[in-house]
Design a protein around this ligand. Structure first.
Ligand SMILES: [Zn+2]
Ligand SMILES: [Zn+2]
Length: 344
C-alpha cells in the first residue's frame, strides 16, 4: 500500500467518523509532507532513520508510513476499516449509485478544515461527476463567511482548478462554483445579486433566529424561495438530532406553503445527509414529495471524509420513496446546469 494513500484514507475515515479536527490534522499534515517526496526519497528516509525525526511526522504517522511501505495495510487503518458502519441496505445503495454529485460542501475558505483542492480530490475519489463548493456568506462571521471580494477571488481559483483538471472534460469531473448563502431576517439573500448570478449553484439556508415564531419564519423562508437566485433550500428545519453541538429542535414554519413555493419556483429541497442534522425529518420529506418538490441529496461536508455522508441521505430518501428523477443530483451535469441557470 502507498504510504500517501494510507495517510489520506486514515484522515478520510476519521473525518467520516466525525473525529475532532485536531485528531485528523496530524494525518493530513503528514500526507502533505509525504506528497512532496519521491518514492526514493521516502525509502531513503525510512532506511536511514531520518523519517522518524522529520518535523510533522509523529509516532502514529511514522508507524502508518512504515507499515504501508512494507506493502501491508497499516494496523491503525485496518482498525478504522473494521469499525466502519454497516453497508447500505439494497434500496439505499441503488439510489446512492445513481447520485452523480453533491451541491453543498465547505472548504477552509469558510469553516471547512481543508483546502479546495483536497475537497475536489476526495469528490473525484468518490466517483462524483461534480461537486459544488458552497462556502458561507458574510453574515455568518463565526464561520468566516466570504465577502464579495473573497468570493470573487474564489471564483478565479475554481476556474483555474477546473482548467488544471482538464476543463471539465478529460477528467469527467467539474468543481461547481457556489455559495451557501444566509437567508437574512427579512428573507433576503446575503450576497450581491450580480455575484449570485455568476455562480453555478446557490444553496440558501437559515442560520440565525431559528426560534422565530411560525409566521415570521414562514415569511422569511417564502421570500428566500421566491428569490430567483435560490436553487436549493438548505437544511430546512435547522434541527440537530445528535452530535458534539448538542440537539436543537426544528424551527416552526408552514411547511406546506414553503414546499408549494419550492415546487412553483423549482427550488430543490435539500436532504441534508449530515448524521447530526438528518434534515428534513421524514414527515416533512413526505410533505415536500406531495407538494411536487425537487430534492437535492447533499453532504454539507466540512472535511473530505464528510463527502461520504451522501450514503445516509440516499438511505433516507430511498426509505421515503423519493423517485430518483425528482433528485437533481441524479441528473447529468448539463441538465443540472440548465436547471440552475433557469433564472440566471
Ligand atoms: Zn448551513
Ligand atoms: Zn453548509
Amino acid at each position: 500500500m502507498e504510504p500517501l494513500d494510507a495517510l489520506n484514507e486514515v484522515a478520510f475515515r476519521l473525518e467520516h467518523e466525525r473525529a475532532p479536527g485536531f485528531k485528523v490534522k496530524a494525518f493530513r499534515r503528514a500526507a502533505g509532507i509525504v506528497e512532496t517526496w519521491s518514492a526514493e526519497e521516502l525509502a531513503a528516509r525510512l532506511a536511514d532513520g531520518r523519517l522518524k525525526s522529520t518535523k510533522g511526522i509523529g509516532d502514529r504517522t511514522f508507524e502508518i508510513i512504515a507499515q504501508a511501505a512494507e506493502g501491508r495495510v497499516p494496523d491503525y487503518l485496518a482498525d478504522l476499516r473494521a469499525r466502519a458502519g454497516e453497508e447500505l441496505d439494497p434500496v439505499g445503495a441503488e439510489l446512492r449509485a445513481l447520485l452523480r454529485g453533491d451541491l453543498h460542501a465547505h472548504s477552509d475558505w469558510s469553516d471547512g478544515t481543508t483546502d479546495i483542492r483536497s475537497m475536489a480530490d476526495a469528490a473525484i475519489a468518490l466517483g462524483h461527476e461534480y461537486q459544488a463548493l458552497t462556502d458561507h456568506s458574510p453574515n455568518l462571521k463565526i464561520a468566516h463567511g466570504l465577502t464579495a471580494d473573497r468570493l470573487e477571488q474564489q471564483l478565479g481559483i475554481v476556474a483555474a482548478l477546473n482548467e488544471a483538471l482538464g476543463g471539465g472534460d478529460a477528467s469527467g469531473f467539474r468543481l461547481l462554483s457556489g455559495i451557501e448563502v444566509d437567508i437574512l431576517e427579512d428573507g433576503g439573500l446575503d450576497q450581491q445579486p450580480g455575484l449570485l448570478d455568476r455562480l453555478d449553484v446557490v444553496v440558501a439556508s437559515v442560520h440565525s433566529k431559528l426560534r422565530s415564531d411560525r409566521s415570521t419564519m414562514t415569511r422569511r423562508m417564502l421570500a428566500a424561495v421566491d428569490d430567483p437566485h435560490t436553487d436549493v433550500l438548505g437544511h430546512v428545519t435547522g434541527r440537530l438530532v445528535e452530535g458534539s453541538r448538542g440537539t436543537r429542535p426544528q424551527s416552526e414554519f408552514d411547511a406546506a406553503a414553503v414546499f408549494a413555493a419550492c415546487a412553483a419556483n423549482q427550488v430543490a429541497v435539500e436532504i441534508n445527509s449530515r448524521p447530526e442534522r438528518q434534515d428534513p425529518p421524514d414527515d416533512l420529506i413526505r410533505v415536500a414529495l406531495d407538494a411536487g418538490c425537487l430534492f437535492s441529496i447533499d453532504s454539507d461536508a466540512h472535511a473530505p471524509g464528510h463527502l461520504a455522508f451522501l450514503d445516509l441521505g440516499a438511505a433516507r430518501a430511498a426509505a421515503a420513496g423519493v423517485p430518483a428523477d425528482r433528485i437533481v443530483t441524479t441528473w447529468p451535469l448539463d441538465r443540472l446546469l440548465a436547471w440552475t441557470a433557469r433564472n440566471r
